[in-house]
Ligand binder design. Structure first.
Ligand SMILES: CC[C@H]1O[C@@H](n2cnc3c(N)ncnc32)[C@H](O)[C@@H]1O
Length: 481
């Protein structure tokens, strides 16, 4: 495995094997799919709408959403378009397709048809195939994105891209370490080189497909430099395979200055590293995910969390915000709940849109700090890989140079420990083996010590536990409980 564009014959050999993994693979014909995409109206091309929003400095809203039955998925997306006012539409993929367990997914579809309603969360796109995906695309007037967490997404990409989706989420790190326990990075990085090469083939035929590395990762107190390092690495891996349109993502932490600094530094770092490796013609945008951790049960409080995420996304001028729902703490949201989250978010965006946040020097310092930390990690990874970002990533995770908090994967060191400071910004209580110099480490320790003094307790793992539950309990920083 190395960070090198897949040769055509190499890809073709893999494609023949991948398209046989399920019967619906036979429905994929790349040339025919390119023709289908070229007939797509511009307002349904994800990258085109993102580029327009970026040029206008607008923040567009997208929900998540997936159901077992095709007609229910169509009804859901039409509702989110017409009632919810969504700017982009999702199709969240089911857990069985994410694990390539298509036989079991087939059974869930049959059982759901017998029951007359969807029995599982998420749409089993591989089982339905290309024609069914096109029915979804043709039933709405908005760009649609595939959202999931799939270590081996090769067949899912083949089918959904041929099916008319114009944006595909995920990556070799972001759909492995936070989602799987026993899948090696070598395997998932090469799986996702295939996905990115497939997107590159569409791009070379003039079909724009946007790629969105999954920014939030484990969604629990993930420090900005960690998600930024993964985003930059996945952008470089994608660019090498011919991807041109990339949305870099970040999961809200909750402190406004830190979140705005995170969004602004993210695309700046992406541009910086893509330029360093001389990738041309790239179109980078940013995606802000509203709080991905535990939510309050109470729907009014949940709207408070959603609205706070909308404020941060709008003030940061993120190109897209991924919206939560007031049912987050309860279970699978209803279409009304999803629509409510979108409407609350767009109300805030419309009210905040023209208010420029005063560029405080605290914001500049936070932004610079995130850049210094991210560069330290990414440059160390490049060094470990002798310049090859793929090789360096595998070695970097082995050495704990890159480490994702609370991740299930046994390939993750799991040594770092994040905790909030007195203002709720996420800092490192333990930086593990991250390659930071003394000033960086001392900055984090000092900010955490300040909280300890205010709360009258020593910084400890208990603070981390408190912070994991705090938003669900109605606070950002759990003052010594
Ligand atoms: C990445 C995980 C997140 O995706 C969201 N999610 C999962 N399934 C659905 C769903 N069916 N509809 C809307 N949102 C959903 C939910 O916010 C969850 O925390």
């Amino acid at each position: 495995m190395k960070n090198k564009r897949l040769e055509a014959d190499e890809l073709e050999v893999q494609r023949q094997e991948v398209l046989k993994q399920w019967s619906t693979g036979a429905g994929v014909n790349l040339e025919e799919a390119v023709t289908y995409h070229k007939a797509m109206p511009a307002e349904k091309v994800f990258a085109a709408k993102l580029a327009k929003a970026k040029a206008e400095g607008a923040t567009l809203a997208q929900p998540r959403g997936g159901t077992t039955l095709l007609q229910e998925q169509i009804d859901l997306l039409q509702y989110l378009q017409d009632e919810g006012g969504a700017d982009f539409l999702p199709t969240t993929i089911d857990s069985l397709n994410r694990q390539n367990r298509y036989q079991e997914a087939e059974k869930v579809i049959e059982d759901s048809k017998k029951a007359g309603h969807s029995l599982r969360n998420g749409f089993p796109a591989v089982n339905y195939g290309v024609v069914a995906c096109r029915r979804i695309i043709e039933s709405v007037n908005l760009p649609c994105q595939v959202r999931h967490g799939t270590p081996d997404a090769r067949l899912l990409a083949e089918i959904t891209l041929a099916g008319g989706f114009t944006d595909f989420e995920g990556g070799g790190i972001s759909n492995n370490i936070p989602y799987a326990k026993n899948v090696s990075l070598e395997e998932t990085i090469s799986n996702w080189q295939y996905v990115d090469r497939l997107v590159g083939l569409y791009e070379e035929q003039g079909v724009r497909i946007n790629r969105e590395p999954f920014g939030p990762l484990t969604g629990t107190l993930v420090p900005p430099c960690i998600s930024h390092s993964v985003g930059v690495i996945e952008a470089l891996l994608a660019a090498e395979q011919g991807v041109k349109n990339i949305s870099l993502g970040y999961g809200q932490c909750g402190n406004l200055i830190q979140d705005i600094a995170a969004v602004r530094s993210l695309t700046e770092l992406g541009e910086e590293y893509l330029a360093k490796f001389k990738y041309k013609g790239m179109m980078l945008t940013s995606v802000f995910h509203q709080w991905m951790g535990g939510f309050p049960q109470d729907e009014s409080q949940a709207f408070g969390v959603i609205s706070w995420g909308a404020v941060a996304a709008a003030l940061a001028k993120a190109t897209k915000v991924i919206v939560k729902t007031p049912h987050e703490a309860l279970g699978i949201p209803s279409k009304e709940g999803i629509a409510a989250g979108i409407k609350a978010t767009k109300q805030i965006i419309n009210m905040v849109r023209n208010q420029a946040l005063l560029n405080s020097e605290e914001l500049e310092r936070e932004k610079e700090g995130i850049k210094v930390e991210t560069r330290a990690i990414v440059d160390k990874i490049l060094e470990l890989g002798d310049g090859d970002i793929a090789v360096g990533t595998v070695r970097g995770f082995q050495a704990g140079i890159l480490d994702i908090p609370f991740a299930p994967s046994r390939y993750n060191a799991g040594k770092i420990l994040p905790v909030r400071d007195a203002q709720g910004a996420v800092r490192f209580l333990d930086h593990g083996n991250l390659p930071f110099d003394k000033e960086v480490i001392e900055f984090h320790q000092e900010r955490i010590a300040e909280r300890g003094r205010i709360e009258g307790r020593d910084p400890s793992f208990q603070m981390v536990i408190d912070d994991i539950y705090s938003i669900g309990k109605g606070r950002l920083v759990a003052i010594g409980s």
